[in-house]
Design a binder for this molecule. Sequence first.
Ligand code: ATP
Ligand code: MG
Length: 390
Amino acid sequence: MEAHQANQQVNLQRVSMHDLDNLASTAADVLSQVRDAMIEPHPRKIAPTFSSAAIAELCRVDKTQIKYLTQKHNLPSGQKPEGLKAKEYSLEDAIAWVRAIGPYPSRPENRPGKVIAVCNYKGGVAKTSTTVALAQALTLRGLKVLVVDCDGQGTATQLIGISPEQDVDVEQTIMPYIHGDEADLRYAVQASYWSNLSVIPASSGLLAAEFAIPAKAMSQRGFRFWEMLKSGLEPLRADFDLILIDTSPSLSHLTVNAMIAADGLLMPCPPDALDFASSVQFWGIFSELVDGLPNANEKHYDFISIIYTKVQANEISRLVKTWMKQAYGAHINGIEIPDSTAARTASAQLKTIYDLSKPDGSAEAYRRFKDPLDRLADYVLDQLAIAWRQ
Ligand SMILES: Nc1ncnc2c1ncn2[C@@H]1O[C@H](COP(=O)(O)OP(=O)(O)OP(=O)(O)O)[C@@H](O)[C@H]1O
Ligand SMILES: [Mg+2]
């Protein structure tokens, strides 16, 4: 009898492929309902508005000068929404201000745009949130940015307001190029709800790249499979100041391609013992892999930089930071993005901190999270400016 009951319990746990199909489709239905509740209908996201104080902060001028500068440079003067006293500026207005009087370096004419890959084969270390926030912050410093989503999860695509499963056909991703049906990646670039931020979206169809790339390498002798993304992005360097590639949590063929295509690497890494250990392994495998490629010593990076992410204010985190400093030396850029409720609140609405026109919750928590991201954008822009000068 007992054996029979135990058997029944075991049977209850059994899942047939048919059950799995049902599970997948029920979960997809629930997600699409929840998603519609979380974000506006098409276009799924709307850009934030900016106060005069935010415009002054972006342009690094005093707020009292805004009126005078508007007239002097014939700049957008913002709108007063009905019933409100303060002026609001659109994202386009903010970018026009920054481009006219902001203190930021820009890409010299005739210099190609740069490519940065955001990578770490550990999952959940804030690769995607950092990629999208950085892309937005750099458009607010006057750059034209393209985000290439190289992760089949499509989280960057989703954060840029495009639902990977509902809105993205595999033909709109990098896949046609990977299959050899397109000569380069220009066909895949889409504008987004955010001015000067374009995206090459991803969907789960990208997983096929992990079979298509080695198959091509096997069938074509001498085919440089690790340089596919690099070649595909080449013509886009003329159109964009910066191409940011978000990668998946693995050292997949696509991730290796992204890292080879890149002029700079950013690795978000929480100062946690296991995340640190995993990052060490990641650099070890990657450098071995690159060493094995023909002409390996031709490859160089403008910079490789490690950012502390999801930093908790505790003893262990302080200790691991000292190990990471020893291990990575000057590659630690010193920027610490705290583990933050502001980050969680924003991402629960499929937003980044830059999507919010004002703090959603405590102003202090908002600043504590946004300030280091602003510093990261300044840091990356400095690195780009140095590389463009060389
Ligand atoms: N500073 C932060 N504080 C708290 N939570 C954060 C922070 N940054 C990111 N998160 C949360 O951590 C989770 C993972 O973030 P994200 O998707 O950016 O990581 P990822 O490295 O791209 O993950 P994956 O490896 O799956 O691609 C998300 O739920 C995000 O909201
Ligand atoms: Mg991600």
